[in-house]
Design a protein. Structure first.
Length: 301
């Protein structure tokens, strides 16, 4: 037998003297940025398509790559994060959204497709790009708000939490996103995740072996957010940091039989270390660079 629904035709509900606006059965209403409907499952929303559309518009804007990344990180993703935290996205959908944001970030910053995800999501103070990860943040937002409800000392909130079965919801959410129910403050959980990302990037032999030097080093990471380098210099700096600058060694990774010897001296494998510290053919440039750095330091003091 088909379900029968009764539409409330009684007196309009009021908060003090103010009447609450009805919406028709087929309509939706936006409240605090989230679309609600009497038929929850019928509100079709594709966050991946939404993010792609935003990124595509951002990509066409006459802005520098870094400015696009800043808008994505500080406006687009937080807006989407809020909306997702108030809906029920799957783990696959969240991973797909992170993949889209990384794809556009690499495109805008002219980075190689092989640049590690851990580097992009690693915080700026740890030497990474600081791109927010929805796959990490949305589940934590949801679980954090449930924990807050569960642990509230307010009598009304306690009764509400019990009435909606917050304990069961919490268990289901932890199972769904395959994370352990946090037993400590959410801030500690976030710090643990941050540390995990950093270690993941640092353990990548080809891209992150120098990561520990940049950990919490403001002098080494300040250029990531400040407008001190030109667009081209910024891209090269990111390539150098991730060891993806197109040296012969970098370009031959995963391939066999290519010539990896230095194009200038031919004496050693063309790696970043060889070019910046050993190659005799660029010794003069190295000295000039050293003197230029000394000049900048002297003029800054
Ligand atoms: Zn050389």
């Amino acid at each position: 037998m088909a379900k029968t629904y009764v539409i409330n035709c009684g007196d309009q509900l009021r908060i003090e003297a103010e009447a609450i606006t009805w919406i028709e059965p087929g309509d939706t209403a936006k409240y605090l940025g989230v679309t609600h409907s009497p038929w929850i499952k019928k509100v079709k929303y594709d966050p991946t398509e939404h993010l792609r559309s935003w990124c595509s518009k951002l990509g066409r804007a006459p802005l520098k790559g870094r400015q696009k990344l800043l808008l994505l990180s500080q406006h687009v993703l937080p807006k989407l994060r809020y909306r997702l935290a108030n809906s029920d996205p799957s783990k696959v959908v969240l991973a797909g959204l992170d993949s889209v944001s990384r794809e556009y970030t690499k495109r805008w910053m002219n980075l190689s497709t092989c640049v590690s995800s851990a580097f992009l999501h690693c915080s700026v103070q740890d030497g990474g790009v600081g791109l927010p990860s929805l796959a990490t943040e949305v589940p934590l937002d949801k679980i954090g708000s449930m924990l807050w409800l569960d642990g509230s000392q307010d009598g009304h909130v306690k009764r509400l939490a019990k009435a909606i079965g917050i304990e069961d919801e919490l268990e289901t959410a932890c199972r769904r996103w395959e994370i352990q129910r946090p037993t400590k403050k959410m801030r500690s959980v976030v710090n643990e995740i941050r540390q995990k990302r950093r270690v993941e990037w640092e353990n990548l032999g080809s891209q992150g072996p120098r990561g520990p030097y940049w950990r919490k080093c403001r002098a080494s990471n300040g250029w990531m957010r400040r407008d001190v380098l030109s667009e081209g210099e910024h891209t090269v700096a990111l390539q150098l940091r991730t060891n993806t600058y197109p040296t012969r060694e970098a370009m031959s990774r995963g391939r066999k039989g290519g010539n990896v010897m230095c194009r200038r001296c031919g004496q050693s494998v063309e790696t970043l270390g060889h070019i910046t510290r050993q190659c005799l053919a660029v010794k003069c440039n190295r000295i000039k660079r050293h003197n230029k750095v000394c000049g900048i330091l002297v003029s800054a003091t």
